[in-house]
Design a protein around this ligand. Structure first.
Ligand code: SF4
Length: 95
């Protein structure tokens, strides 16, 4: 019996494919978080504020999914780990 379309074989095939996807999804979650090291260095980014100046009060900040979680910055392409309490020399007060 070599019929590959039996329900049991289909179930095993689908189950194997689903198991194979787990590490990919987990890896993808980690791959989403990224930093732009070149821009961070050029703009002297730091994870702490400078007096009252912080990313959360900056015009360039793009908030993340969580209010206090990391977000992005309009001038740091690809960087998804900008801290709301961070700061860099390109800070511009939000209106
Ligand atoms: S420009 Fe600098 S201070 Fe403003 S959000 Fe981007 S990293 Fe933060």
């Amino acid at each position: 019996m070599t019929n590959s379309s039996t329900p049991r074989r289909r179930f095993l095939k689908i189950g194997s494919a689903a198991l194979a996807m787990i590490p990919v999804v987990a890896f993808s979650d980690r791959a989403i978080a990224a930093t732009n090291a070149a821009m961070r260095g050029a703009l002297k980014y730091q994870d702490k504020p400078l007096a009252e100046k912080s990313c959360s009060t900056c015009l360039q900040f793009v908030p993340g999914a969580a209010a206090k979680g990391p977000g992005g910055c309009k001038i740091m392409p690809g960087d998804t780990e900008i801290s709301p309490t961070g700061y860099c020399t390109a800070w511009v007060k939000k209106a």
